[in-house]
Design a binder for this molecule. Structure first.
Ligand code: AMP
Ligand code: GLY
Length: 437
């Protein structure tokens, strides 16, 4: 099979890595790609990543399956356009992707199908929003309805913060059109967890696994949010019985509701959950693989990832859960110093070495400059360690990361601390302390 991967981050490198292990893969292309992806895929010299350009390329190169990494091309209708041209593509249509691209749509669908989620209201008028908020207990979460690059949810503990958040979205247009409508939500207490499920549009699903990302930039989950500083999979807080429960009370009802609305959902359904004392509730849906969660989900899959993605795209998923290598995986992101604020790029990267059974390095913001591998973004590399236990996986990730160097490299030293703490049953260890070895 000839395959094209769309995207340029760590997630797309993980997808390329997973797909390249399939015996059915013929030639792998990726666009725009990065320096790591270029080691296993050809990056065609296209003039840009417009949907029409990619579709023309896919037609011309005889691509059998296109795999879309990020949400933006899905929101722009890449799946609809490829299908119009009889090209097979992995991902939901623009309308089905509204589960991620419109929070108001997702909430309405959840409430209508009885899926557990936070109580909410939708507003485009400041006074109406304020009235609603005044009748509800703080903290409340104010969210931009549309895509906001992961920055559109503001937790408001005080009336002043609430006023600022509503002002920013509804009056100042801080989030552009995405924030011209807001969802105000009850704050859910608990631990976050994610479940990754493939859907084929005909009621078939395949569970890939659970994961947890570490969003904050600082040790002990402090400081501003980032795209994700690390992740681990699986989660002991989302065991097999809990996963079955989430499939029954959340995934199947939502897929059924989207299909009944006329938009059968194909592709990845990323279920963001809050594990509350009343059980798992939905925080959000995403219509694509997570980043950096892909870098821990994909290395654990023992089955043929290419065939699974093809089956999702063509309407027949043959198994309801994948076989796993039974390993734990932990991914540590190496970022440019200053991220998620300002940072410099173009720093030479050394010491990546070779992947083996214990660790693999996924490139995110990297490029080649005159033959030298250099940094080219905020999140530079995702170093994934695998192991029979979460402690072993964590050890392997950090051991590999220690050998990699670039100027001002930054990483959190406590990735997977929640999982380690839970497994230790040791409440004295917290994220602020150094990871144990
Ligand atoms: P979202 O944009 O919906 O993914 O929200 C981003 C982040 O905000 C989530 O990953 C949570 O950490 C937090 N969050 C969002 N909604 C809630 C909620 N209702 N209760 C508590 N935390 C939330
Ligand atoms: N790591 C969060 C996301 O991919 O949305």
């Amino acid at each position: 099979m000839q395959v094209l991967i769309v995207g340029s981050g760590g997630r797309e490198h993980a997808l390329a890595w997973g797909v390249s292990r399939s015996p059915r893969l013929g030639k792998l292309y990726a666009y725009p790609g990065n320096a790591g992806i270029a080691q296993i895929a050809e990056i065609p010299p296209l003039p840009g990543d417009e949907i029409g350009t990619l579709a023309d390329f896919a037609k011309g190169a005889g691509i059998d399956l296109t795999i879309v990494g990020p949400e933006v091309p899905l929101d722009h209708g890449i799946v609809d356009e490829f299908r119009r041209r009889d090209l097979v593509i992995f991902g939901p249509t623009k309308d089905a992707a509204r589960l991620e691209t419109s929070k108001a749509f997702a909430k309405e669908l959840m409430i209508a199908s009885g899926v557990p989620t936070a109580e909410y209201g939708v507003f485009d008028d400041f006074n109406a929003a304020w009235r609603y908020a005044s009748n509800h207990r703080l903290p409340l979460v104010v969210k931009a309805d549309g895509l906001a690059g992961g920055k559109g949810a503001l937790i408001c503990e005080t009336p002043a913060k609430l006023e600022k958040a509503l002002n920013a979205m509804l009056h100042k247009g801080t989030f552009g059109r995405a924030g011209s409508t807001v969802v105000i939500e009850e704050f859910m207490e608990g631990e976050e967890a994610s479940l990754f499920v493939l859907a084929d549009g005909n009621g078939g699903t395949t569970i890939l696994g659970s994961a947890q990302d570490y969003k904050r930039v600082g040790e002990g989950d402090t400081g501003p949010n980032t795209g994700g500083m690390g992740a681990c999979s699986p989660l002991s807080s989302l065991g097999a019985a809990a996963v079955d429960g989430v499939m029954e009370t959340i995934v199947h009802p939502v897929l059924k509701a989207v299909a009944e609305a006329g938009h059968p959902y194909t592709g990845m359904l990323y279920v963001g959950l809050m594990l509350t004392k009343d059980g798992p509730k939905v925080v959000e849906f995403n219509c694509r693989f997570g980043d950096p969660e892909s870098q821990v989900i994909i290395p654990r899959i023992a089955d043929d990832l290419l065939m699974l993605l093809y089956a999702s795209a063509t309407g027949y998923l043959p198994v309801d859960r994948v076989n796993l290598t039974a390993k734990n995986a932990v991914c540590v992101i190496m970022a440019s110093g200053g991220y998620p604020g300002n940072y410099e790029t173009g720093k030479p990267i050394t010491g990546i070495g070779e992947d083996d059974f214990a660790s693999v390095v996924f490139h995110a913001g990297t490029t080649l400059k005159e033959g030298q591998l250099v940094t080219n973004g905020g999140r530079v590399l995702g170093v994934t360690g695998m192991g029979a236990t979460v402690r072993a996986a964590t050890f392997n990730a950090y051991r590999r990361a220690e050998s990699i160097h670039f100027e001002d490299a930054y990483l959190r030293t406590d990735i997977a601390w929640r999982e380690l703490e839970r497994l230790n049953g040791d409440k004295t260890e917290n994220g602020k302390k150094k990871r144990r070895r």
